[in-house]
Structures are given as structure tokens and as C-alpha cells.
Design a protein around this ligand. Structure first.
Ligand code: SF4
Length: 549
């Protein structure tokens, strides 16, 4: 049996995770989620030498000085497996040694480390070696601690393995720990959302701690220059054109890549992007999102199964909340930015929020959303500056049109909606969704229906807000638009201006209305996608859209 076999054995590392937190075990072992944090990176650094296989296990008892490194053992009868960092001779027996990055507790070893090395001892015995104890090397304090593996620890390990099998066969993860000091150090805290989930389930009266990152620390890369070539060299993304270097960024700083029009991406670069879960988005020259390229599909089978099998009622409840969120956020944007008397439309939008909440059929919801959109766009002009300074052009908006947009404001709206769809598509793929299976927008060939669903609440907050800002701040002039065949589109320079404004908006922090901590819009998108996943998996009773006041 090898490490790559389909799992009918539980790795010792997972026993360690289970003792730390059963939910962490489930997310890693069943959902196959992984996230890098400082602890994970430090752990890899600690293991850098012992992860190189070497030495011969069979020679150890006869030659105690010999050490075998990175030894893989598994046992179907125990249902356990382990990659042991190091095994060394120990008199007439062998001694497994596990390397840990942290410091040892005041006495002995940490409970999760104890069971992990307990598994290693059981495996060595199962393979015919005499083994009575194990050692843990704590790199932080540079000391070795020993663990005697007697009957009590053996029984505890076997009991845990049985419990883990029960948890692993459940349809969803155990609920998060409550206000645990373990969570801030957990690599999956940003994916697990422990305090947020507990608050929504009323399992904790304490306000959620801000332990999820405010903002992801890597950024999208946009390549808008026609004829550019994207390659990868020595851990950097290199963008060139005719041998001239246009841009060079570290791969670890890139979250996604968007290319516009005639831009080539090398196979080598694509391979690197896929290995690092960096999606590549292909836009037309005019800014239309044509497609995306990603690595292998998500491994979260249960989530995609629930997406497909969610009952019409279950899905439509989420759809109702999304439309409510969109209308409420449209109303807020108009109320804050509308010049002149927009009170009537603001009041009508408030009524439509209530009507959407009472809708029971999708057709009804579509009608309400359509009416709200018509009302909102009838006042969109009221949010644009009527008399820009210094002779800047007046941008007029007489109603929504698209494919192709026939005026600059519609061209901007369409472009920003494409960017938003692109970002939500990336977020949904990262969470493990099938982005083509929507809960509100009907599935149609090639349409990322779920990304469009989730975009509803963000359209006013992100896309419309960017359009209003760039026009009112005079960041664009008439020269930033091109008219072609009855359609209007941005010039490359105009597009770069909008991309900068769009990224600024995503970086902007806002107080989360429910959790009360500061968080960037970029991060809010990820949180909302995870809340939707928790709802579809039955962990949360409702989908709550992100709305601002
Ligand atoms: S964040 Fe907390 S509850 Fe969630 S998996 Fe990690 S330790 Fe468990």
C-alpha cells in the first residue's frame, strides 16, 4: 500500500488533528481543505531534513547508530498509517522520533503529539519491530521528550481511531469549538469561521473575535497590454512584450491572473498557476469575461452533491435572501449618493425588500427583482455629478443597456459586473462549489449561475459604487472610451483606470454589520461564499446576505 491509495486507513497526522479539534480533522481529511499559515510554514521548515527519505529500517535494531528518515508504514488491520520523521535503534528495539516546530509543555508532550506517536509505535509493532516508546523533538525549545506506550495509550489510540471513522463517515463536519484559544492558531480558521458560525447558531453569546484575516495578503494580476506574454521564471511571474519586461511579481503574491484580449500565457506558467490554485481568467478585448482555466476540479464532493440535490424550497430560500440583499444595498447606495429627490424610489425599494421576503415562487422573485432594478436605474443618473469641474464631460445615463453597451456609463457597469463575476467565480471555485449550478439564476450552458447569484448583493456595493466614484471623481474622460459598431467600450488606458478603482474598492474595509469587526470587501466575498456553503450543507439554518446601512 502507498500513501496515494484511496483512504481506508487514517494517517497518524490526522489523529493529531482530531485530538486538536474534530472539525479540523473533518475539514482536512474528508473535505481535503488545506491552508498555509505561519504555523504550517514553520512546520515544513522544521521537517525539511527529516522529510528526505533515507536509511534502512531493517538494519536499525542491529545497528543502533543508523537512522531511517521519512519512513512510511501502514496497516490495514489497524486501519492506520504514518510517515514517521525518523526511526532509530533503541537497544534491541526501535524508537520513532517525531519533529515538532513548537515548544514542549511543562511536562511530557502535548496530548495530540502523544497519540500521534502512539500510532507510530503501534504501526512499528504491527510490522514486527519491538517498540515500547517514542520521542518527540520540539524544535522551539530544542529538546527531546519521551512517551512510554503502554496498554492505556494503546487503548486510547484504538478508541480514537474508531471515533474518527464515525466522524469521517458523517455527511457534514462537527460544529466548531466555542471561543477556543485553539482557533486563532488554526490554519483553517479563515475557512472554518468558528465564531461566526457559533454566533449564527446562537451557540455563543460572545461577539465573534476578529480571527479571520481582514484581507487576503495576495493580489490579482491584470494583464491588459495587447501582445503581452506571461511566463514563469524562478518563482516569479514575468510579463513581457517583444522582449521588453512589462511586469515581474512573485508567484506567492498572486491570487489570480486576468488577461485581456491578445495575451499569451505559457504552458509552464499555467502549470505553476494550477499547482498553486491560482485561477486564470480570460477577458475579451472589450472586457467581456470569456472563460477561466483552473487546476483539477474541487474535491469537496459533498458540497457539490448538496448543490445539485438542494430542494427547490431550500435553494429558493437562499435566492430570496440574495435578492433582498441586492435591493437593500441598491437602496442604501441611492440613499447615500442620490442628488435631488430620490425619496420616493428609496421608499419603493424598501417595500420591494419586504415583497421579495414574502415571495414563494422564482417567477415572482424575478418580477420583484426586475421592478427594483428598473426603479433603481431610473435614478442612477441622480448619483452622477451633474456639473463636473474643469470641463470634464457630463456622463448621462438614460437606462440600462448591454451587449453591446451603447454609452459610457453602461460600458462601465458591464465591465465592473464582469470583474465582479470573475472574482466570485474564483472564490466559489476555491470553496469547492460548482459555479455553474445556481440557486437563483437558472443553469445555462457556459453561464456561471452561482457566481451571478452571489454577485447580486455585491453589485451595488462594489460594481455600481466603483462606476459612481470614477465618474464623479473625474478619473475618466471621453477619451477613455471608444465607439465601435454601435457599441461603446473602454480604451486600454481607461480600463487600467477602472481596474485600479475596482481593486481600491475591494481593499476598502467595512464594519461587518453582524460580526462587528473590520473586514475588506475582498474578504467579505470569501466569507459569504463560505456562509452559503455552510447553509447548503445544512450547518446554518439560513443564508444571510451582506448588507450595509
Ligand atoms: S478554527 Fe477552531 S473550530 Fe475551526 S477547525 Fe480550527 S480549531 Fe477547529
Amino acid at each position: 500500500m502507498t500513501e496515494d491509495d484511496p483512504v481506508n486507513v487514517i494517517p497518524a497526522r490526522m489523529v493529531n488533528e482530531f485530538v486538536y479539534c474534530p472539525r479540523l480533522f473533518y475539514l482536512e481529511f474528508v473535505d481535503r481543505l488545506f491552508a498555509e499559515n505561519d504555523d504550517v510554514a514553520q512546520g515544513r521548515h522544521t521537517h525539511r531534513r527529516v522529510d528526505q527519505p533515507g536509511g534502512d529500517l531493517d538494519e536499525l535494531p542491529a545497528h543502533p547508530a543508523i537512522r531511517a528518515r521519512s519512513v512510511w508504514l501502514s496497516s490495514e488491520s489497524l486501519g492506520l498509517a504514518a510517515r514517521i520523521d525518523m526511526v532509530q535503534g533503541d537497544g534491541d528495539s526501535v524508537l520513532p522520533v517525531d519533529y515538532k516546530k513548537g515548544v514542549a509543555p511543562a511536562e511530557g508532550v502535548w496530548p495530540s503529539d502523544e497519540v500521534q506517536v502512539g500510532v507510530q509505535v503501534l504501526l512499528l509493532r504491527d510490522h514486527g519491530y519491538r517498540c515500547d516508546r517514542a520521542a518527540v523533538w520540539y524544535e522551539g525549545g530544542r529538546e527531546r521528550r519521551y512517551v512510554e506506550v503502554g496498554d492505556a495509550l494503546t487503548a486510547r489510540v484504538l478508541e480514537l481511531a474508531a471515533e474518527m471513522r464515525v466522524v469521517a463517515s458523517a455527511a457534514r463536519a462537527p460544529l466548531p469549538l466555542i471561543s477556543s484559544p485553539k482557533c486563532p492558531r488554526c490554519s483553517l480558521v479563515g475557512l472554518c469561521l468558528p465564531d461566526e458560525t457559533n454566533a449564527r447558531l446562537a451557540r455563543s453569546q460572545l461577539p465573534p473575535r476578529r480571527i479571520v484575516p481582514r484581507d487576503p495578503d495576495h493580489r490579482p494580476l491584470y494583464i491588459t497590454e495587447p501582445g503581452a506574454f506571461v511566463g514563469v521564471s524562478r518563482g516569479r511571474v514575468e510579463v513581457t512584450r517583444d522582449k521588453e519586461k512589462l511586469e515581474s511579481v512573485r508567484l506567492i503574491d498572486v491570487s489570480q491572473v486576468s488577461v485581456f484580449g491578445r495575451v499569451q500565457v505559457s504552458t509552464q506558467a499555467l502549470t505553476e498557476f494550477f499547482a498553486r490554485d491560482i485561477p486564470v481568467f480570460y477577458f475579451s478585448y472589450g472586457g467581456w469575461l470569456n472563460g477561466s482555466a483552473t487546476g483539477l476540479p474541487a474535491k469537496n464532493v459533498e458540497l457539490r452533491r448538496r448543490q445539485v440535490t438542494a430542494s427547490a424550497d431550500f435553494a429558493s430560500r437562499a435566492a430570496v435572501r440574495m435578492v433582498e440583499g441586492k435591493i437593500r444595498n441598491s437602496r442604501t447606495l441611492l440613499r447615500r449618493n442620490g442628488r435631488g429627490d430620490v425619496r420616493l424610489v428609496v421608499a419603493q425599494l424598501a417595500e420591494l425588500v419586504g415583497a421579495a421576503g414574502r415571495a414563494v415562487r422564482t417567477a415572482e422573485l424575478l418580477g420583484i427583482e426586475g421592478t427594483a432594478a428598473r426603479l433603481y436605474f431610473s435614478q442612477f443618473n441622480a448619483m452622477l455629478r451633474a456639473a463636473p469641474p474643469d470641463g470634464l464631460p457630463v456622463f448621462d445615463f438614460a437606462g440600462r443597456n448591454r451587449r453591446p453597451p451603447r454609452d459610457p456609463v453602461n460600458a462601465l457597469l458591464s465591465f465592473c459586473y464582469s470583474l465582479l463575476t470573475k472574482d466570485l467565480l474564483g472564490v466559489l471555485l476555491g470553496v469547492g462549489f460548482d459555479p455553474y449550478q445556481g440557486v437563483y439564476h437558472r443553469p445555462r450552458f457556459g453561464r456561471p449561475a452561482l457566481a451571478l447569484d452571489l454577485a447580486e448583493e455585491f453589485r451595488p456595493l462594489v460594481a455600481d459604487s466603483v462606476v459612481v466614484t470614477v465618474l464623479n471623481n473625474g478619473e475618466l474622460t471621453a477619451a477613455d472610451f471608444l465607439s465601435r459598431a454601435g457599441g461603446v467600450q473602454l480604451t486600454p488606458e481607461g480600463r487600467r483606470t477602472v481596474l485600479r478603482a475596482y481593486e481600491r474598492r475591494l481593499d476598502q474595509e467595512v464594519t461587518h454589520p453582524e460580526f462587528k469587526y473590520r473586514i475588506s470587501y475582498r474578504r467579505v466575498m470569501d466569507v459569504q461564499a463560505r456562509v452559503l456553503a455552510a447553509y447548503l450543507l445544512g450547518e446554518l439554518p439560513d443564508y444571510v446576505p451582506f448588507v450595509t446601512r
